[in-house]
Ligand binder design. Structure first.
Ligand code: ATP
Length: 281
């Protein structure tokens, strides 16, 4: 095998409860997460020397700070493999949007290199390496629908949702995950929604899921970035239900069909926001 091509899928948080700040500075969370069709494209080309090369589009670092690069380097260190790779990364997932783009790229590189370098790692071994790369990376490796706990690295797969159509809207503001989590402690505790979402997933109806969306970081981000509240208000009025994903600023709404999603996309185009029509995968 000389090359592999693969997609790195974004995620959304259907429900996100922040439980407490831990001694190590991370936050203890519970979250129901879902893979969506919005994806980056990766091509991994085998190199016989141990060099790792990265070429990529988009507003992301092009050196060892890039999560795709870090994933390849960590895998090389862990396995002592004397091979290298040229990573070609085409970014589509907006950066710093609460959609886990960097984590998705890292997980895809681990999976792809396991094949390209013929490492023969088990899923369990790959998950351990992914956890070292970031809290959301183990989920990105598994994909589908799952419950995330701990700082995000404890992943329990859930029954897959049927196909849901979603409209994602990202206001053009720069949100720092650290800033949102820091501000969280100054807010009164929010309403936990994860248990309700788990029940809705068992019912498998779009309406039940739409009525159980919740994110404890949303009031915090809305306060720091009023654009988040504007998008939420707009989507809340035009969809079955809407909520912010991760630490924001992207807000998504659930709609009945692709047609409805496309109609809404047209109406949103007059606003200074980025819009994506996606489905669950
Ligand atoms: P997080 O909550 O982990 O910050 P996010 O979904 O909000 O996730 P990402 O798109 O993953 O945001 O980007 C977060 C940060 O990671 C950015 O500062 C970005 O420069 C950096 N980064 C490193 N590698 C990548 C990559 N391959 N794709 C996107 N961002 C990357």
């Amino acid at each position: 095998m000389q090359a592999v091509s693969l997609k790195a899928y974004a995620k959304i948080n259907l429900a996100l409860d922040v439980l407490r700040r831990r001694e190590d500075g991370y936050h203890e969370i519970r979250s129901v997460v879902q893979t969506i069709s919005l994806a980056d494209d990766l091509r991994l080309i085998l190199k016989d020397s141990p060099e790792i090369q990265l070429v990529c589009t988009g507003d992301v670092p092009r050196d060892e700070r890039n999560l795709a690069y870090r994933a390849a380097r960590l895998l090389q260190e862990e396995t002592q493999i004397p091979k290298g790779v040229r990573i070609e990364l085409e970014k589509t997932i907006p950066v710093g949007a609460g959609l886990g783009g960097g984590s998705a790229d890292a997980a895809a590189v681990v999976k792809g290199l396991n094949d390209l370098w013929e490492l023969g790692l088990s899923e369990r071994e790959m998950l351990r390496i992914c956890a070292r790369l970031g809290s959301d990376v183990p989920f990105c490796l598994l994909g589908g629908t799952a419950l995330m706990q701990g700082r995000g690295e404890v992943v329990e797969p859930l029954p897959r949702l049927g196909e849901l159509w979603l409209v994602l809207v990202r206001p053009r503001v720069q949100v720092s995950t650290a800033q949102v989590y820091r501000a969280w402690s100054q807010f009164p505790p929010g309403q936990p929604m994860v248990d309700r979402m788990l029940e809705a997933i068992r019912l498998r109806t779009p309406m039940a899921i739409a009525q159980s969306l919740g994110n404890m970081l949303e009031p915090v981000a809305s306060c720091l970035f009023p654009e988040v509240a504007q998008v939420k208000w707009f989507l809340g009025n035009h969809t079955l239900g809407a909520v912010m994903s991760g630490s924001g600023p992207t807000v998504f709404g659930i709609v009945e069909s692709e047609e409805e999603a496309r109609d809404l996309e047209e109406r949103i185009k007059s606003h200074p926001w980025d819009v994506f029509v996606v489905r669950t995968v």
